[in-house]
Ligand binder design. Structure first.
Ligand SMILES: Cc1cc2nc3c(=O)[nH]c(=O)nc-3n(C[C@H](O)[C@H](O)[C@H](O)COP(=O)(O)O)c2cc1C
Length: 310
């Protein structure tokens, strides 16, 4: 029996469902689980309703300046064997309340402990996961596994379906063409399988030295998103600085910056998509070793199982 601390933040319930799967499977295998939802001091709206409000969190998310969260209730001095952190992605970064957790005294629980991360996103988790790894390293954690789940449907279709649901709260398939927002049943089943494997391997171990999920289908890196995510991250970073600088002049300049970013994002998608379609085959030929190295880095520490290579 191992003692497990399970921390998550969730708005729509996707990250919550992922956390529940881990809680159930760990408990079923006889482990003791302390589960806690992280809560921002000032809640974010869900559904967001306002486009301005939605995009307004981008600069602080991107620049790593989270507002405070409520003090978590778990005892950071308790002897946990493993921490599981379930992390939604916001603007190619960990969601603000997750970043806020790293600023609390309770984040000391991570020091020297094995940590498994479960990243939940629409499709673009790669850069957020790298930021998460940096936060974990700075907190002194031992990152042993990274599990990734994304919303159903192609990453292009979810550019419409996910924001629609996040902004309006409406579910269902838009125009009968776009996928329903959220994680597919088969991905939840994959998560349950992974949780079961991890729970069983925990029972077989005295100490946790490395990955519990190596060789299992925990993470698949979409090669064609590597370039767009990197470019997007740098663009977001530039806009984040710009909006923050505008904000120092007042609310109206910040609002103008936020709207400018929203328009830029739509334009970037419209221009970027065709360029990605043209550029990807070229990148595959010209930069294959770089893509392979990058995919290996992004999928670490668990690494891709060959059966799910994208
Ligand atoms: C403010 C905000 C920004 C987001 N940015 C991204 C993003 O950059 N990449 C992505 O793949 N998904 C992004 N998403 C989608 C979420 O990661 C996705 O909806 C996830 O399921 C959220 O989990 P939760 O609703 O349980 O918190 C964003 C969602 C929000 C609310």
């Amino acid at each position: 029996m191992k003692r497990i601390l399970l921390l998550f933040y969730s708005q729509s319930g996707e990250a919550d469902r992922a956390a529940t799967i881990f809680r159930e499977e760990m408990a079923a295998a006889g482990h003791s689980v302390t589960a806690e939802a992280l809560r921002p001091a000032a809640d974010y709206p869900y559904p967001w309703r306002s486009i301005r409000r939605f995009f307004d969190v981008m600069p602080e998310t991107q620049l790593g300046e989270p507002p405070p969260i409520r003090p978590p209730a778990f005892d950071p001095a308790a002897a946990y064997d493993l921490v599981i952190l379930v992390v939604p992605v916001w603007f190619l970064s960990p969601a603000l309340p997750i970043q806020g957790f790293f600023r609390t005294p309770q984040a000391a629980v991570l020091r020297g402990r094995p940590v498994m991360t479960v990243t939940v996103s629409r499709a673009m988790w790669q850069q957020g996961s790298e930021t998460l790894k940096r936060l974990l390293a700075a907190a002194g954690a031992r990152h042993i596994d990274n599990v990734v789940i994304t919303h159903r449907g192609s990453p292009v279709a979810t550019l419409v379906s996910t924001p629609r649901t996040l902004l309006s709260g409406r579910g269902g398939r838009l125009a009968g063409v776009f996928p329903e927002a959220g994680v597919a049943e088969e991905d939840r089943n994959r998560l349950r399988y992974l949780a079961k494997v991890a729970a069983e391997r925990l029972n077989a171990l005295d100490t946790i030295d490395g990955s519990l999920l190596a060789g299992e289908p925990a993470v698949a890196v979409r090669r064609w998103l590597i370039g767009p995510e990197l470019l997007g991250w740098y663009a977001f970073h530039g806009w984040a600085h710009l909006i923050r600088a505008a904000g120092r002049l007042g609310d109206a300049p910040r609002a103008a910056g936020v709207w400018g970013f929203a328009v830029f994002l739509v334009a970037m998608i419209l221009v970027g998509l065709p360029l990605t379609l043209i550029g990807t085959p070229i990148l595959y030929v010209a930069a294959r070793p770089w893509l392979a190295r990058r995919a290996a880095r992004l999928s670490a520490p668990t690494g891709e199982a060959s059966a799910i290579r994208a």
